[in-house]
Design a protein. Structure first.
Length: 343
């Protein structure tokens, strides 16, 4: 029995395995149910009782050493499994790294902020979850204004009074009110941020989008200052040949109010699908700050005047890059986003 144990151990030590199959052959030859080790254990049953202790210890040692040899062969096989054909060819040209690109909305927001920064406008920010006071009441919205109703606004909670209702802001004008409350004129700032409206999602509308609003309050601010500011922005954003026109409109927080149109930079005013054959494209709203808004923010309208304007960033980006579906901005489709590398 001892001679068999020594012979089996010697055979296991001398076994060489160059690949996984030969390692498996070792396992089948020594450690499987029909392997040589199990055969020795079967013969152990015939050993006289007085010899069982001695032979039992030797058999257990043999089993441990064979298992160690099996693990050793496995490691050797894995280390030698990479052939010259599998090794990387260091002479192949390197694969260039694929860098991401800025989102088109980020590009547009930065460009807008850059243009107004050169005109002396600082950037301000405020909460997206707001009270009715800052979102509506302080901006001269009547109590029965349709925008206060559920079909336009995402309300979060109701307060004891209407001005205490909590909602998701519908415009970044709330930042204008907060700024005027805590900062003494002159004020010249731009507010860029995400806003929310309870609207059906389509190619032209979304329940969340981004706005850029501007505010200028000082002594003797006129409507001409507003027009010159918007004209300079349009030329910087869409090209030096761009013209603007201001159409009379109504907004609760400005008086007089005007819609902002730019000459179509696609057809140069001749008429196309983008401008609906009119030669003009609407980009936002504007006007002189209503005296009631200045009073709500603690500013004397007899001493100060101001103008405000606002525009949808998605609208600007769609015009700038020729995008026809607002939903593309929110889909995270790499095929769409990759088009803006280097812009």
């Amino acid at each position: 029995m001892l001679e068999q144990i020594e012979g089996l151990l010697k055979e296991a030590k001398e076994w060489q395995a160059k690949n996984a199959q030969e390692v498996e052959d070792f396992r089948l030859a020594f450690l499987s149910k029909k392997g040589k080790l199990n055969q020795l254990f079967d013969e152990f049953k015939k050993v006289p009782n007085e010899k069982k202790r001695e032979f039992g210890q030797e058999l257990n040692k043999l089993k441990g050493k064979i298992e160690e040899r099996f693990k050793s062969l496995q490691e050797e096989s894995q280390n030698s499994s990479v052939t010259s054909e599998d090794k990387p060819d260091v002479f192949l040209p390197e694969v260039p790294e694929s860098l991401g690109s800025l989102h088109p909305l980020t590009i547009t927001k930065r460009r807008i902020a850059e243009i107004f920064a050169r005109m002396g406008f600082s950037s301000e920010d405020g909460p997206e979850m707001e009270t009715d006071w800052y979102n509506f009441t302080a901006l001269n919205f009547p109590e029965n204004h349709p925008a206060r109703e559920m079909q336009d606004t995402f309300f979060i909670s109701k307060g004891e009074e209407q001005k205490d209702d909590t909602l998701l802001r519908t415009h970044t004008s709330n930042v204008q009110v907060r700024l005027m409350e805590h900062t003494k004129p002159p004020l010249r700032s731009i507010m860029v941020g995400r806003v929310y409206r309870n609207e059906a999602i389509s190619a032209r509308a979304h329940c969340q989008f981004h706005q850029a609003e501007g505010l200028y309050v000082d002594k003797n601010v006129s409507f001409k200052d507003l027009k010159d500011t918007l004209l300079h922005f349009a030329k910087e954003m869409f090209g030096k040949d761009t013209k603007i026109r201001l159409r009379p409109s109504y907004f609760p927080f400005t008086e007089p109010s005007a819609e902002i149109d730019i000459s179509c930079f696609i057809c140069k005013g001749e008429g196309c699908n983008i401008c609906k054959k009119t030669g003009w494209v609407e980009i936002g709203g504007s006007g002189m700050v209503d005296p009631n808004v200045l009073v709500s923010a603690g500013i004397d309208p007899e001493e100060y005047t101001g103008f405000a304007f606002g525009m949808g960033i998605e609208r600007i980006a769609m015009l700038k890059f020729g995008i026809n579906d607002i939903r593309l901005f929110f889909d995270n489709d790499i095929r769409f986003l990759s088009q803006f590398k280097g812009v």
